[in-house]
Design a protein around this ligand. Structure first.
Ligand code: ATP
Ligand code: FE2
Length: 318
């Protein structure tokens, strides 16, 4: 069975084609805000409208199939920016021409493609991207959220920090490179119960910009936020007794974060996993794959734009 997935929650417009557990193609184009600016939702949606036709054509031709060969369509309905979600949903419904269209939760899709690519089976998942930061694990047919950010996503914190100190956007990879060989200076560490907050550390780091070398500031920013992430993940690991820890989302590409999670997991007799970089960030194939799982198991989620769709509200029937 061939599934076509459309990703459209924020910056990325992607179309992926999956046949059973095999990815046939995965095409995307990423909206880039003007220099020094953050994402403007209406502009991102306009970008999606402009590139959608070409991305679809490329995905089909790379897979060597036609639209008529697709059995089921899927689209990310949330969480995300309303204009972007609307653009993607309209597109998916239009190209499906009456064939089934499955609504997919973006966070669930990250977990499923992460499991498929990294080979783990029942992980405690740390999902870290621009817009999201959550620690989740499967319990009683739901991905329960054990801890999450109370303000911005950790990737967003890295990007805002990077933008203010003059690094290229997205700044996550730039901060990672600049941090090599840095020394630690203290920054606020904010874990509240099982939740996290990043805006205080961002403000504090920017205040120290004049007095601390950029390398040391990047190093300290990473060490602090990654330690916070590891602490919450560790507590959820101890609570659930799971034997696998998986990190997904754009920030999962960071080697320092993966190293810290690996050490922490070992101390609990668990193993750390991360999908390959192509599967860390937003992409259409993850939507196609999660949509196929949902379709095959008779998922009954509502087909509508859900900007605040909670991961733990989705029934996991597979
Ligand atoms: P979502 O819709 O899930 O919030 P997103 O739009 O933020 O996703 P992703 O591709 O999942 O898109 O993640 C992008 C984020 O990942 C950016 O904030 C970027 O700085 C960060 N990132 C990418 N590579 C690295 C890295 N090596 N180290 C740290 N952060 C990284
Ligand atoms: Fe994402």
């Amino acid at each position: 069975m061939i599934s076509l997935g459309v990703e459209c929650t924020a910056h990325t417009f992607g179309v992926g084609l999956v046949e059973d557990g095999r990815v046939l193609s995965n095409e995307r184009d990423v909206y880039k805000p003007a220099l020094g600016s953050g994402i403007i939702p209406m502009e991102a949606a306009k970008h999606h409208d402009q590139v959608s036709g070409t991305i679809l054509e490329n995905a089909l031709s790379k897979a060597g199939i036609g639209l008529g060969d697709v059995d089921v369509f899927s689209v990310s309905c949330g969480p995300g920016l309303p204009p972007c979600l609307l653009s993607g949903v309209r597109f998916a419904v239009r190209v499906a021409k009456g064939k089934p269209v499955v609504p997919v939760n973006h966070c669930v899709a990250h977990i499923e493609i992460g499991k498929l690519d990294s080979g783990c089976k029942d992980p405690l998942t740390l999902y870290v991207s621009g817009g999201n930061t959550q620690v989740m694990g499967l319990e009683k047919k739901r991905y329960r959220v054990f801890g999450e950010t109370l303000d911005i996503g950790v990737g967003n914190a890295l990007d805002k920090f990077g933008r203010e100190v003059g690094l290229d956007n997205p700044a996550g990879p730039e901060v990672e490179k600049t941090a090599i060989g840095g020394r630690y200076v203290e920054l606020p560490y904010t874990v509240k119960g099982m939740d996290l907050a990043f805006s205080g550390i961002l403000t504090a780091a920017l205040r120290r910009r004049e007095k601390v070398a950029l390398k040391d500031l990047c190093f300290s920013f990473q060490e602090t936020v990654f330690s916070m992430l590891c602490e919450v993940t560790e507590r959820a690991l101890a609570h659930t007794g799971k034997l696998e820890v998986m990190v997904v989302g754009g920030v999962a590409q960071n080697r320092r974060l993966f190293g810290m999670l690996t050490d922490m997991s070992k101390a609990h007799g668990a193993k750390a996993y991360a999908p390959r970089p192509e599967w860390c960030g937003d992409n259409g194939a993850m939507i196609a794959y999660a949509g196929l799982l949902a379709f095959r198991h008779g998922s009954r989620e509502r087909m509508e734009v859900q900007p605040r769709w909670r991961t733990d509200s989705v029934a996991i029937n597979w």
